[in-house]
Design a protein around this ligand. Sequence first.
Ligand code: APR
Length: 232
Amino acid sequence: MDKIVILTGAGISAESGLGTFRDKDGIWTRYPIEDVATPEGFARNPALVQDFYNQRRAQAAKAQPNAAHRALARLQADYAGEVVIVTQNVDALHEAGGARGVLHMHGELARALCNACGHRWDAPEVMAPADPCPACGRPETRPDVVWFGEIPYHMDDIWTHLGGAGLFAAIGTSGNVYPAAAFVQEAAAAGAHTVELNLEPSVTVSDFAETRHGAATEVVPDWVDAVLSGRA
Ligand code: APR
């Protein structure tokens, strides 16, 4: 059976009430990226950045997985081959919906990182600037999320998965951010069939062999049904 590799973005969590970034009134229309999602912004004003992530952590903690998250977990459970989910999202809704082995290439709101010793641990609900690291005690702690200008996590594994994919799907992502926006070309070069499932055409829509546009809670379960019945 073909290996299936799935990339998800903020759009898959939109119907769970979590904001996307570039839609109308998206997160980046309310917070300048350089202030809250760069190492320079964190160095300049750690309290602002911690508050930004504390707010998102509180929202994510209240959110529930939706039919799209659950459909991907069903695909992992019922498909005879391997299904790898790579997400740009820092929420834990894939796991809450039953998915396993999710690769969080932009990190996770629920984790904290010490810049001094590299220790990672489960983040408290509220992180404050200069909280001491539980391992080394130094006040160099931050949310374990990947900021612009930093290297995404799990990239070696992700490129390997894409090189062996028979089917690649991008769900709920605008295709604006690299390297994730290039995954479709990597998968296509490996001979995979590629499909975009999104509310509207992404900026990379022309890279996909197939498109299924609509709300994730509608198009994703339909697509999973088609894959499991051999119709996709
Ligand atoms: N169903 C399906 N797709 C949706 C829905 C929905 N209900 N609502 C919105 N979308 C689509 C939008 O049309 C848009 O194309 O989800 C996409 C969200 O795009 P972005 O807001 O750009 O989010 P994303 O692609 O995940 O951003 C990638 O950029 O800012 C960084 O680190 C951040 O991980 C993020 C990365």
